[in-house]
Design a protein around this ligand. Structure first.
Ligand code: MG
Length: 251
């Protein structure tokens, strides 16, 4: 069942989304050479708890951090660690959610550490753009396959690939709700998109092949071929006025 949200619920989700986005901003500001992913995680947890919210990821399925922090060829679900130190030229993916008043946000960004190669910046840009293409397709009258098709087309036009094994999802009271939101698909297929849907749209884009592998730590997912991967995500609502990004700070 797909839980649709009314305007009051969407207003509540914006509050959780705002805290999520503020925590992300604080972490992004702290990204620099020499900082550990543990320290970034601590900054995120501190902000979320200071707002009277709870880090949604902390303890989710046993996850030990408040955020998933993944470096370079790590795609998603990296575990924050004192031993993981950012280096100039790295890219770091931060994925975070804050649970507040019964709802959660979910968002991810890919941040360059210092100077990175132009082709790496291009990967980050294309990933963000593919998210925007997905949002563009999130409207009444379309189907889920239109979102996936839009994202996939945008990514593959640049010679990159979208991860198949992990996908976006509905978001609301739960971090993962129906429906599934694949970053690939066939236009015109899949569930009908409706006003009141709240989706975490989150392309994961690899420079090389789309295959991934899980590390023995039970969490970290890497590209199978060792190439770089980027991630971009927001929680997005479809309202009578169109799409609204929930994981944002509006003033
Ligand atoms: Mg997500």
């Amino acid at each position: 069942m797909i839980p649709l949200k009314n305007s009051l619920q969407i207003a509540e989700m914006k509050k959780a989304g705002r805290i999520t986005a503020e925590a992300m901003d604080a972490a992004i500001e702290a990204v620099r050479e020499g900082i550990s992913t543990y320290e970034l995680d601590r900054i995120i947890r501190h902000h979320i708890e200071r707002c009277g919210a709870r880090p949604t990821f902390l303890g989710y399925g046993g996850f030990p951090g408040s955020a998933c922090i993944s470096i370079n060829d790590e795609v998603i679900h990296g575990i924050p660690s004192r031993k993981k130190i950012l280096r100039e030229g790295d890219i770091v993916k931060i994925d975070v959610g804050a649970f507040y008043h019964g709802f959660t946000g979910d968002m991810a960004r890919t941040i360059p550490v210092g100077q990175v190669a132009p082709e790496v910046l291009h990967l980050i840009e294309v990933t963000k753009h593919s998210f925007e293409c997905g949002v563009e397709a999130f409207r009444e009258g379309n189907r889920m396959g239109d979102i996936g098709y839009a994202i996939q087309s945008c990514v593959e036009a640049e010679g990159f690939s979208v991860v198949r094994k992990y996908i976006g999802h509905g978001v609301g009271h739960e971090l993962h709700e129906d429906p599934e939101v694949p970053n690939f698909g066939t236009a015109g297929r899949g569930v009908k998109l409706q006003t009141g849907m709240t989706l975490a749209i989150e392309p994961m884009v690899n420079v090389g092949r789309p295959e991934v592998r899980e590390l023995p730590d039970g969490w970290t997912v890497k590209t199978a071929d060792g190439t770089l991967s980027a991630h971009y995500e927001n929680s997005v609502a479809l309202t009578p006025e169109g799409t609204v990004i929930l994981t944002a700070v509006y003033d």
